[in-house]
Design a protein. Structure first.
Length: 434
């Protein structure tokens, strides 16, 4: 939806299973329409579309694309951003670290992203008034990298993608930016790593010369193209899990000239002291589908973060010995934005609040996307209402934080309600509850 000042708010459809165009169509006509009717019954509703490589290839057929365009018109929806991170299946099967493959070392990642850019250009308003964005893998999963040659290959394919976006803009007048999404245990994890990588590899003289050679642009225009068409998707769960200081990290990106093309609005789990009770609570979040990275910080060495690639591995570690300093754990498990606590655990909702407070007075990004994709694997006690109603509550909560709908925040979940919802043995007996 349009919040004014060129800012758009939507939610990512990766929460809904669907790897083919017919499945995507069904989700738009059921779940997305139901959310729109709850939060934006009169206006146009912004969609953060997730398309697998299969769905993208199917939509490249003119008849299918026309069907999607017609559906969006009839349902008063518009697509302003695409989640181009997961290339393959994203539900039901074990995803884990396969979510990063193919990564930016592989030409298939470039082909897939170029297909998404072509589709997005066809879906954006014809007058070019709305910029498009595509979020993507932050290079590669860090354990998969094998030295400088891999990083050089990633840089080359990203620069080719920039050249492709320049050509697309010249061809049809649509400006689309690619947004690398820092994530724990990936090539880019933090704001500092993003600043370093962009400064050395994507904004430097060599990158400018390469884009100029690929596009035929003069060096000054090639440099501008790098800034126009390449930035970051700042996922607030990922950043909070990495113990970033929200405003300081945003400031570092801005001072480095790195566009925050998209803010993904998401919250993770926080165990201020990873004691036995916290570990027992976290064990309920273990699932066989997604990777849930854990970042640990000891009170004795707050600057020395330890990262574990998945929650079961962190839980398998020995608990701290009696008398040792408390250790805080933050977990990459997206939980509803309106959830402040899940006793005995906290969430990283305060991080989101701080960023939205800044967004309210000085926009961090013009693309805001709610992204709680883990609905199907949340503990049952946290799925006390249908997914459409929960997404609508998240959007209302965001609007309340932004001052666009002050009543929306009041419909959020209070700490007491959240604790009760997570209480052991709690069951939802309402008809139709998932």
């Amino acid at each position: 939806m349009k919040l004014g000042g060129g800012v758009h708010l939507g939610y990512c459809t990766n929460v809904h299973p669907g790897e083919s165009w017919p499945e995507v169509r069904a989700a738009l006509l059921t779940h997305v329409r139901a959310v729109r009717e709850r939060v934006c019954p009169e206006g146009d509703f912004g969609v953060g579309l997730r398309l697998s490589a299969r769905a993208a290839d199917e939509l490249a057929q003119p008849a299918a694309l026309e069907e999607l365009q017609d559906l969006l018109r009839r349902q008063r929806m518009y697509v302003f951003t695409i989640n181009g991170f997961p290339h393959g299946s994203f539900h039901a099967t074990a995803v884990k670290e396969a979510v990063y493959r193919p990564d930016w070392r592989d030409p298939e990642r470039l082909r897939y992203t170029e297909r998404l850019a072509d589709l997005l250009a066809a879906l954006l308003p014809a007058d070019g008034a709305v910029e498009g964005s595509i979020s993507t893998v932050p290079g590669a999963f860090k354990p998969a990298l094998r030295g400088a040659a891999d990083k050089a290959r990633i840089v080359e394919l990203l620069l080719r993608q920039v050249a492709g976006l320049v050509a697309l803009r010249e061809r049809c007048g649509q400006r689309i930016a690619l947004a690398l999404e820092p994530e724990p245990c990936c090539m880019l994890e933090t704001a500092d790593e993003a600043v370093d990588f962009f400064g050395r590899e994507l904004h430097g003289p060599q990158a400018v010369r390469r884009v100029a050679a690929l596009t035929g642009l003069a060096p000054a225009l090639a440099e501008q193209a790098l800034h126009d068409h390449l930035g970051v998707c700042w996922d607030l769960c990922h950043a909070a899990v990495e113990f970033e200081e929200p405003l300081a990290s945003i400031g570092r990106l801005e001072r480095a000239g790195i566009r925050i093309v998209k803010l993904q609005l998401s919250a993770g789990l926080r165990a201020p002291a990873a004691d036995a009770a916290a570990r027992a609570a976290l064990a309920r979040f273990v699932d066989p589908v997604y990777l849930h990275q854990v970042v640990q910080r000891s009170a004795a060495a707050p600057d020395a973060l330890r990262r574990v690639a998945d929650l079961p591995d962190a839980l398998a570690g020995a608990p701290p010995a009696a008398g040792t300093p408390a250790e805080e754990w933050r977990v990459h498990f997206h939980v509803p934005l309106f959830l402040e606590r899940a006793e005995p655990l906290a969430t990283t909702q305060p991080f989101v609040r701080e960023v939205l407070a800044r967004q309210r007075v000085q926009p961090v990004s013009h693309h805001l996307e709610v992204e709680t994709y883990t609905w199907d694997v949340l503990p049952a006690a946290l799925r006390r209402e249908p997914v459409d109603a929960s997404i609508a509550r998240e959007i209302d909560w965001v609007r309340g934080e932004l001052g666009a709908d002050p009543g929306g925040a009041k419909r959020g979940c209070s700490p007491a309600q959240a604790g009760a919802a997570f209480a052991p043995g709690t069951a939802d007996t309402r008809a139709g509850a998932p």
